[in-house]
Write a protein of this length. Structure first.
Length: 236
């Protein structure tokens, strides 16, 4: 499968709400609306073959209040339901995969996640990976344990980079990572896969992110001279 593997860290919902004198839930609601639009923009871009989105980190599960988590779970359920019913998912033959410890979420959300993954499991033209209850260190630990088990069972002759990649939840390296919200870090997002990715940090909160911002990021990526092993972060 060709095309860019794009990673997205949609940060800034809570700060956007605070800036506008609104409760955090309103920032998350607006952020969910922008996410629906963003997926549409990606599907309309032939250059993008795979999208990986940071939906909910393991740190979020630990630090958010029960009230805010209930809101997030409700928004997730609505979003997954819309994906399941979306004509575009089937028109573009998008396979949706959810990675992370999502089984820690409420049963109603887990059932919907599994239904969505099952409904799109035969699609192979585009891929959307949604990271929920996810942390890159957790993914790497899972990969190492899986490798050790394969070695112990005689299923693997030796440990190689390719073998490690096969045991990761997200196997394909990232080409580009976009992070909104102004922070210049990856925050435990696909650390192994982002080793040689172009990093674009957007000084805007996620609810204010527009299609024009998206196009500027893609144009900057196209202009970038990728120097494997010596990339410097890009800023907009």
């Amino acid at each position: 499968m060709g095309g860019i593997h794009l990673g997205l860290i949609p940060d800034g919902n809570r700060r956007w709400a605070r800036l506008h004198g609104l409760p955090p839930v309103e920032g998350h609601k607006r952020g969910a609306q922008v996410m629906e639009e963003f997926l549409r923009w990606c599907l309309e871009e032939d250059r993008i073959g795979e999208l990986s989105v940071y939906g909910l980190s393991t740190e979020n599960l630990q630090k958010r209040s029960p009230q805010e988590l209930r809101c997030l779970y409700g928004l997730m359920q609505d979003y997954f339901r819309k994906l399941l019913d979306s004509e575009e998912i089937y028109e573009y033959e998008v396979r949706v995969r959810v990675f992370g410890r999502y089984y820690r979420l409420p049963d109603s959300v887990v059932r919907l996640i599994r239904e969505l993954m099952s409904a799109t499991r035969h699609h192979s033209k585009r891929f959307v990976n949604i990271l929920v209850a996810y942390g890159a260190q957790d993914e790497l630990l899972h990969s190492v344990r899986s490798l050790a088990y394969s070695l112990m069972r005689g299923r693997l002759g030796r440990v190689t980079e390719e073998a490690l990649r096969r045991h990761l939840w997200v196997g394909r390296p990232l080409d580009l990572v976009i992070r909104t919200g102004g922070d210049h870090r990856l925050s435990n997002f696909l650390l192994y896969q982002a080793a040689y990715a172009e990093l674009i940090f957007v000084d805007k909160y996620w609810p204010d992110f527009t299609r024009e911002d998206f196009q500027r990021c893609l144009e900057q990526f196209e202009r970038a001279q990728r120097r494997m092993g010596g990339d410097q972060p890009e800023y907009v």
